[in-house]
Write a protein of this length. Structure first.
Length: 161
C-alpha cells in the first residue's frame, strides 16, 4: 500500500521563495543582448521551483481538487497533474514587462499550482481563454481544497489578483 500524502508546508518555504525571488529579479535584469528565449527558459524553471517551494514534491500541493486530494490522501498520485493556476507563458510575459519592485507581488499572486486529475486538467484546458486563474476552476466546476486547512476553499479565499 502506498504511503499517505498529507500536506504540510515546508519550514523553509519563505527562505526558498526569497532565494527564487532573487533569481527571478536577476534574470529579468539581464542585459538586452541575452536572448529572450534563454531568459524565458530560466524563468520557466524558476516558476516550476516556486510552485513547489512550499511543499514536499510535485503533487503534494497546498491546493488540490477534491478528487486529487482524495487520491493524495490514499497515497495514489497516478493520473495526477501539477496544474499552474496561471499559465506559465502568461506569468513570464508579465514578469518580463514588470519593474523590479513589482516582481514579488506577481510571484506571490501568480506562482501558484493546484493538483488535479488528468480528466480535470482536460476540462480546464477547454475553459474559455477569457477566464484566468481560479476563475477557470469555477467555470470547469472543480472544487478546490485548501489541504493546509482541510476544507474546500471558497474561490474568494484563494490567492488571485
Amino acid at each position: 500500500m502506498a504511503k499517505r500524502k498529507e500536506y504540510r508546508a515546508r519550514n523553509d518555504a519563505e527562505q526558498r521563495f526569497q532565494g527564487l525571488l532573487i533569481a527571478v529579479r536577476a534574470i529579468v535584469s539581464l542585459p538586452e543582448k541575452v536572448d529572450q528565449r534563454v531568459k524565458k527558459k530560466l524563468l520557466k524553471s524558476c516558476l516550476w521551483q516556486l510552485t513547489q517551494s512550499h511543499c514536499f514534491g510535485k503533487y503534494n500541493l497546498q491546493y488540490a481538487s477534491r478528487a486529487a486530494a482524495i487520491a493524495l490522501e490514499a497515497g495514489d498520485n497516478s493520473g495526477l497533474r501539477h496544474e499552474h493556476v496561471y499559465p506559465i507563458k502568461q506569468v513570464i510575459a508579465e514578469l518580463l514587462q514588470a519593474k523590479l519592485d513589482g516582481i514579488e507581488a506577481i510571484l506571490r499572486r501568480k506562482a501558484v499550482a493546484c493538483c488535479v486529475t488528468s480528466a480535470e486538467h482536460e476540462r480546464l484546458s477547454g475553459v474559455s481563454s477569457d477566464c484566468e486563474g481560479w476563475q477557470r476552476y469555477r467555470e470547469a466546476g472543480i472544487d478546490v481544497v485548501n489541504r493546509e486547512k482541510g476544507e474546500v476553499a471558497p474561490f474568494d479565499d484563494l490567492r488571485s489578483d
